[in-house]
Structure formats: C-alpha cells, structure tokens
Design a protein around this ligand. Sequence first.
Ligand SMILES: C[S@@+](CC[C@H](N)C(=O)[O-])C[C@H]1O[C@@H](n2cnc3c(N)ncnc32)[C@H](O)[C@@H]1O
Length: 246
Amino acid sequence: MQNSSRTEVGDGGACTDTSIGEQYLDPSLDPKFSRLRELLCSSDGWEKSWEEGTIPWDLGKPTPVVVHLVQKQSLPKGRVLVPGCGTGYDVVALAGPDRYAVGLDMSGTAIEKAKELWASSPNSECFSFLNKDFFNWNPAEQFDLMFDYTFFCALEQALRSAWAMKVGEILKPEGELITLIWVITDQKEGPPFKNDVSDYEEVLFPLGFKQIYIEDNELAVNTRKGREKLVRWKRSRNQSNQLSKC
Ligand SMILES: C[S@@+](CC[C@H](N)C(=O)[O-])C[C@H]1O[C@@H](n2cnc3c(N)ncnc32)[C@H](O)[C@@H]1O
C-alpha cells in the first residue's frame, strides 16, 4: 500500500528501508511530519493530508500488538471503537464473530480509502467505517472497548479533556479503554504532540478511570521501540462523567 524507499537523514534520525511510517525516530526530522504540521494549520488539514497522501504515521499493516492481543484472546467481546482509524488496519484486525468493530475518522478520504481497501475482507460483516468527527458524534449504542493509537497524540492538547469526556460517554459502564501510547517528550510542535502516561492520567483519573494494566510495548515497530506503553483502563462502576468537585 505504501512506497518502500530508503532515505538518509541527519543526526538523531533512524534510517531503515521499511515503510514510510518507520523511517524516522524523531518525527520532527521527518519531512512528511513537517508537511503534515503545515497542512494542519488549516481547518481541513486532516482531509488535505489524506488527499495528498501525507500520512506518515501509517504503518501499512495492523499494529503488531493488536494482532497479538486478538490472538491471545485477551480483549473484551462486543462492540469496539477505533477513533481516528485512518486506513483501518486495526479495525479489521479487531473485528470477528465475537467483536463488531467500528472505525471512525473525520476525513472522508480516509474512510473511502478504508472502505475500498477492506470491501472484500473475509470478516467484512464484522466491521464498518464511519465518517464522523469524534467530538460531535453521539452513537446510538455504547461500546465495550475502545482502542486509541496515535489519535490522542494527534489532537491539540486543549482537546484532551474533551477526548476523555467523550471516551467516558461512549464506553459502557464496565467498558475498557486501551491506549497504545507512543511516548513523545521532545516535540515542540505536533502532531504527534508531547504525550506521556501522565497526560492520560491527568484527564482520565478525574473521570474515575483506573489503570488495570501497564507495560512497555515489546512489539512496537522499529522506530517506536522502547517508546511505547500499552495501558489498559477501566472506569469504576457507577462513576459519572462529572469531574470531581473536591
Ligand atoms: C495520526 S492519525 C492515526 C490513524 C490511525 N490510528 C493509525 O495509527 O494509523 C490520526 C487520524 O485521526 C483523524 N482525526 C483527527 N481528528 C479527528 C476527529 N476529531 N474525529 C475523528 N477523526 C479525527 C485523522 O483524519 C487521522 O486519520
């Protein structure tokens, strides 16, 4: 799906001959991320990035740890949401007879691409793609599981509390949130914006979410190795979406 090419980069960059999304350790050295940041100065920046194929985050395959979790059968069954799903690899990987997956993206081009790519997938009855803005979307039915990978870190920091509130609304009371966190501490700009486990805790703890699992992601792709954390969260029973008053 993506071009393979070999690119030389300066100090601090990693050069491999794998897919575009794996070439650079530091996104700020990656011309594709620079271009993405330029595009995102306009309100339809995500759409433009998809239209011109500036999608440097895209691994061109399902996220390896997602495949692993599915194979281990360690994920909740029921309905799963992947917000900011892009090409939808993880949506299709999560979908199966026991788990109906919904991929959501605000870019119409991304959703068209995903629909076309996966139309004849053998499990096509078990997933769907929706062209919606996560923040303005009110699903008719809540979800048992939500998987976030490079969506939170793609959002302006000012949107993080709204992200957490929406997660709280969308998940069933016993639902689970899985965040695969690409830890970024050294970027002045974004996306990906600076984000660490503490940034998620800051917005999720006040809503009653608890960490039930945290581990370094040993299955991260080359340039993200040692920089990813898999964190699983659950909300306490009966916790409302209101921020605590004290
Ligand atoms: C960095 S990409 C991640 C894509 C995918 N999760 C992956 O890892 O390949 C972020 C995606 O979020 C989408 N997006 C950004 N803001 C959104 C919003 N408010 N609602 C839905 N999708 C959004 C963009 O169009 C883009 O496809």
